[in-house]
Design a protein. Structure first.
Length: 359
C-alpha cells in the first residue's frame, strides 16, 4: 500500500474510532509493540495502556521496558519492537545501524542530565573558570584524566561531550565507563569513578548524598529533545498502527499536559513498576520540569520542505557534533539524509486529518 493510500486508510480508521462506542474498531485490528524507558517520554504510552485509551481506539499495544537507549537499540536489532521513544543520540545510532526513523518529538531532555562529583573533588573547588559557561565547575586541568560513569550514545553522553568541549577537551581526554544511570549511581555511591552522569530521580537523590553538581545539560548550552522513533519494518508493514500510536500519543499528552497531579501519580507508578527508587515528591518534581509535548509543537518542527525543516536542523546539528568528536563520519550523515531519517509523514498525516496547515 502506498503512503497516500495508507493515509486515507488512517483517516477512515480514525473516523470510525471516534464515532462512538458502537463503532469502535476491535483492538485486534491494529497491534504494535512499543519500546520505552520509564521516564517522561513514556508517560503518554503508559497512560494510554493504564486507562485503556489505546484499546478503546482500536490499538492493541505491548510496552517493552528498557534501562537506556542502548538496550532499546539492541532489541531493535533483533526486531523486537515497532516504535517508541528515546533520546536523540540513541535514535541517531538506530538510524545509522538499522535505518530507524524519527517520527516525532517528545519532552525536552536538556533539564534531565547532570554531572556530579563528590564534595572533596578538585572540580568542586573551582568555579567561574570556564569562560562563557558559568555553571560548569572546575577547568580543563581538573577534568582531564577523570573517570566518568556515563551511558554512552545517549543524551547524557552528548551533553558530556558538550561540557568537555566548552573546556577545550574531547572525550579522548577522559575515561568514559559505559554504565546505565541507576547502576552508575550505585557504583558512584560505592566509591567508583570521579564523575557520574545522572538523570532524575537519581539526580534528586544525588543532592541528598551531598554530591556537587559539576555541570548539566543546561550548563553545557546545548538543547536535547527526546524523540519518537519507528523501525523501518514497522513503517513499511505496520504503517497504520504506527500512525494510530503517534496520533494517540499526542492526544493523551495534550489531555494531561497541565494535569500535574495525574502525571505525577502515573509517573510514580510507572517508575516503581520498573524498579526505580522514587517517591511522590520526586515524581512531582520530575513532571513539573518536563512539560509533555503537543502536536502543535511538532507541526512547527516538521513544517516546510522535507530535509529543510526545523526538525532536520536540530537533528543534523547533533549528528554533526558527534562527527566533530569522531563518533560518526560524514558518510553516516549522508546515509541518514538519503534514508529520510527525519520522517515527518506521520505528523503531516495527523495535521491533515485535523485540518492543521503545515505550510
Amino acid at each position: 500500500m502506498n503512503k497516500t493510500a495508507k493515509k486515507v486508510v488512517a483517516t477512515i480508521l480514525t473516523t470510525v474510532m471516534t464515532v462512538g462506542a458502537a463503532t469502535v474498531v476491535s483492538a485486534d485490528d491494529l497491534s504494535i509493540t512499543l519500546s520505552h524507558q520509564p521516564y517522561s517520554h513514556a508517560l503518554p504510552s503508559y497512560i494510554g495502556e493504564e486507562e485503556g485509551i489505546f484499546e478503546e481506539n482500536g490499538l492493541n499495544t505491548e510496552i517493552l521496558w528498557f534501562s537506556s537507549g542502548n538496550t532499546q537499540n539492541e532489541a531493535l536489532g533483533a526486531n523486537e519492537w515497532d516504535a517508541g521513544a528515546c533520546g536523540t543520540p540513541p535514535a541517531i545510532a538506530a538510524g545509522i545501524a538499522y535505518n530507524a526513523k524519527i517520527v516525532g518529538f517528545s519532552v525536552d531532555d536538556t533539564v534531565s542530565v547532570d554531572y556530579w562529583v563528590r564534595a572533596d573533588s578538585d572540580i568542586a573547588a573551582i568555579s567561574g573558570e570556564v569562560e562563557g559557561y558559568p555553571d560548569i565547575l572546575g577547568n580543563a586541568d581538573t577534568w582531564k584524566g577523570k573517570t566518568i560513569l556515563c551511558p554512552t550514545q545517549t543524551s547524557a553522553h552528548y551533553m558530556l561531550i558538550a561540557t568537555l568541549s566548552a573546556m577545550g577537551l574531547t572525550q579522548n581526554d577522559v575515561s568514559i565507563v559505559h554504565m546505565d544511570v541507576p547502576s552508575a549511581y550505585t557504583a558512584f555511591k560505592a566509591g567508583q569513578g570521579d564523575i557520574v552522569a545522572l538523570w532524575d530521580p537519581q539526580s534528586y537523590q544525588a543532592e541528598e548524598e551531598g554530591w556537587v553538581k559539576a555541570s548539566s545539560g543546561e550548563a553545557s548550552g546545548e538543547t536535547m529533545p527526546t524523540v519518537l522513533v519507528a523501525s523501518e519494518q514497522a513503517i513499511e508493514e505496520n504503517w497504520d498502527a504506527v500512525y494510530a500510536w503517534v496520533k494517540n500519543y499526542y492526544e493523551i499528552s495534550e489531555k494531561y499536559k497541565d494535569d500535574i497531579d495525574t502525571q505525577s501519580e502515573y509517573l510514580l507508578q510507572m517508575q516503581l513498576d520498573n524498579g526505580i527508587d522514587t517517591d511522590e515528591e520526586l515524581a512531582r518534581r520530575f513532571v513539573e520540569d518536563r512539560p509533555l509535548p503537543t502536536l502543535e509543537e511538532n507541526v512547527e518542527y516538521f513544517k516546510g520542505e522535507a530535509g529543510n525543516t526545523k526538525a532536520d536542523e536540530v537533528v543534523n546539528k547533533i549528528v554533526q557534533f558527534f562527527i566533530n568528536q569522531g563518533t560518526y563520519t560524514d558518510d553516516d550523515m549522508t546515509t541518514l539524509k538519503e534514508n529520510g531519517f527525519v520522517d515527518g509523514e506521520f505528523i503531516r498525516a495527523i495535521a491533515e486529518e485535523k485540518g492543521i496547515s503545515m505550510e
